[in-house]
Write a protein that binds this ligand. Structure first.
Ligand code: SAM
Length: 232
């Protein structure tokens, strides 16, 4: 279904097994999308560019050591978390979302891909207070979930000290980063770098790496209402 050559232009390291899995993933997205609203992007080349290559851009800018643990927060149809797992089946991957039906779809797709990941149906701000998930991960990733200030409160609690929160952003990245500076510091983070680039067919993108340099104070993450009322 997908143009594997197109996928290889942006991710030349993918082997045949990964290419076949991406093909199955794209086909499943289209089928599932007829039943539940998963993604507005259903044209094969667009799926490759705007979902697969966009997600895989993380690998161009962040070194994920062999066997690293990663939680994808607000994963939706699996971006970037499942795409990263296909490229790097060694990653210990957790996919978290507050919408149960999306996780059911992901469970079905993981079976078809013969891959395994932990699926967590919780709100990020609840899971971040749960000792099974709090400060347990080498990396937390998120794309298109919330503005960086709020997203930092969702994601940094999951990251162990010395790990990284990787935020995927678009053209507004600099402004979002400026707005989030205080929140990042309060939550124990420090911006390590921001890579801005043009993604073919997707415009300006940014990958912001935030290192967890201190433990997150127990009072965070706060319930969503408080986050809104009193942004950090
Ligand atoms: N990351 C995916 C992507 O880039 O295609 C999905 C993006 S979608 C716009 C946002 C997703 O975040 C939805 O699946 C939604 O259910 C989830 N979400 C929003 N707020 C959340 C929260 N507080 N905790 C967990 N998931 C959340």
């Amino acid at each position: 279904m997908i143009d594997k050559k197109l996928l290889l232009t942006g991710a030349p390291y993918l082997d045949d097994a990964a290419l076949d899995r991406f093909d199955t993933y794209a086909a499943e997205l289209v089928v599932w999308n007829e039943k539940i609203n998963l993604t507005a992007i259903t044209e094969p080349d667009e799926i490759v560019r705007k979902h697969f290559l966009d997600s895989l851009a993380v690998l161009d800018y962040v070194k994920l050591p062999e066997g690293a643990s990663l939680i994808d927060v607000g994963t939706g149809a699996g971006f970037p978390g499942l795409a990263l797992l296909i490229a790097r089946p060694d990653l210990k991957t957790t996919l978290l979302d507050s919408t149960e039906k999306k996780l059911k779809v992901l469970s079905d797709i993981l079976d078809k891909l013969n891959l395994s990941a932990d699926l967590v149906h919780m709100r990020a701000e609840e899971a971040g207070r749960d000792e099974r998930y709090r400060e347990q991960f080498d990396f937390a990733t998120a794309r298109a979930v919330a503005e960086l200030k709020v997203l930092s409160e969702y994601c940094l609690p999951f990251v162990r000290k010395g790990g990284f929160f990787i935020s995927m952003k678009g053209a507004e990245s600099e402004k979002e980063l400026a707005d989030a500076e205080n929140a990042i510091a309060v939550l124990g983070g420090k911006v390590s770098n921001m890579n801005r680039f043009e993604l073919d067919g997707c415009g300006e993108r940014a990958i912001i790496s935030i290192e967890k340099i201190n433990f997150t104070d127990k009072k965070y993450p706060r319930p969503a209402g408080q986050m809104k009322k009193k942004p950090l």
